[in-house]
Design a protein around this ligand. Structure first.
Ligand code: UDP
Length: 346
């Protein structure tokens, strides 16, 4: 029997590539990627091969170009599922360039869903984000928590994206979808051979930390010291990228085996633990032995004060929970940053 073929969009990106690695290591799926490489590198395919011993095909296609996306589906009429990672994901960049974010994140999703309908692909997993919850009154956040106003254009693209999928599914008798609301994915593959490699200046905390430790960033900022949290800095639920990758494999199996309770479901992916920015910095300093040069600064536009996940639903529905803690998140990220430096020095 031929292998089930899965389309992963954003397969050269951070979470996409880690998910592909786990799919190739743990499952019998054939994986095909679409990645335009606007914020990722083609070298990621080599890293995937190095870690897994297997190669995958990437189409360097812009998902906003429907005709080009259809060409990929014409060549692969046997996709059974799609995991849609490809998106712009920086909160501050989205505040600076809202139209770019709306254009990219919404059009790419619309085109993929059009292809789901046209080519009969019935299983869809969407990368959503805890940012859809906005500022919440009660923690931890569970899937019934009402969504409040999105704090950034990025967060709004995820809210809109979820609604688009929900409406689409209502008219498609066969199609099932899950929106996975990630909390804060961080860290790198434990081999240190694959990790986040932002082409642009990083804005996420952990790459900023590792680039500061290695000297690329001279001084990092901690945004906000007067939040109502245990040390005044923001609280987030950092989750190791390989744990997130595992959750996608479970979610795919859940859909393919027809275990879904409804045709559209949302599931949080978090550890259940809130960590402050300062605690994250200190965890990094502990495992790396490097003192970080940081300064307390004012609040960053678009940030919520505190957010962490209730993990009940992911445990019950997917039989999944995280296994990697904050120190290993930091040590893997550090190992990866050092490898990048060695490669750049060559
Ligand atoms: N952060 C920070 N300095 C930085 C980058 C991020 O203090 O250089 C803080 C940010 O304000 C937030 C937390 O780290 O409180 C996580 O930010 P990130 O951009 O990684 O993820 P977000 O939660 O915004 O998606």
């Amino acid at each position: 029997m031929s292998k089930k073929k899965i389309l992963v969009t954003g397969g050269c990106g951070y979470i996409g590539s880690h998910t592909i690695i786990e799919m190739l290591m743990q499952t019998d799926f054939e994986v095909v990627s679409i990645d335009s490489l606007i914020n990722s590198s083609i070298h990621t395919l080599e890293r995937i091969r190095q870690i897994t011993g297997k190669s995958i095909k990437n189409y360097q296609t812009d998902l906003c170009n429907l005709a080009e996306v259809e060409k990929v589906f014409d060549e692969n009429t046997d996709f059974v599922g799609i995991i849609h990672f490809a998106a712009l994901k920086s909160v501050p960049d989205s505040v600076a360039q809202p139209l770019h974010y709306y254009h990219n994140n919404i059009n790419s999703l619309l085109n993929l869903l059009k292809c789901c309908a046209k080519y009969g692909v019935n299983n869809f997993i969407f990368s959503s984000s805890c940012s859809v919850y906005g500022n919440v009154a009660k923690l931890p956040v569970n899937e019934q928590t009402p969504l409040s106003i999105a704090e950034s254009p990025y967060a709004y693209t995820k809210q809109i994206g979820e609604n688009i999928i929900k409406d689409f599914i209502k008219n498609q008798a066969q199609t099932k979808a899950i929106a996975l609301r990630y909390f804060n994915p961080v860290g790198a593959h434990t081999s240190g051979l694959n990790g986040e490699n932002p082409i642009n200046k990083p804005t996420s905390l952990v790459p900023v930390i590792t680039q500061t430790a290695i000297g690329i960033i001279k001084e990092m900022s901690v945004f906000g010291e007067d939040y109502d949290t245990r040390d005044g800095s923001c609280v987030r639920d950092y989750i190791h990228v390989t744990d997130i990758a595992e959750a996608h494999i479970k979610a795919l199996a859940y859909l393919l085996e027809g275990k879904n309770e409804a045709n559209y479901e949302v599931i949080n992916l978090g550890t259940g633990n809130g960590v402050t920015v300062l605690e994250a910095i200190h965890a990094f300093e502990k495992v790396s032995g490097v003192k970080l040069n940081y300064k307390m600064k004012g609040r960053r536009d678009g940030d919520v004060a505190a957010i962490y996940s209730d993990t009940t639903m992911s445990e019950q529905k997917l039989g999944w929970k995280t296994s990697i803690g904050i120190e290993e998140m930091m040590s893997s990220a550090w190992k990866w940053q050092q490898l990048l430096k060695d490669e750049q020095a060559k």
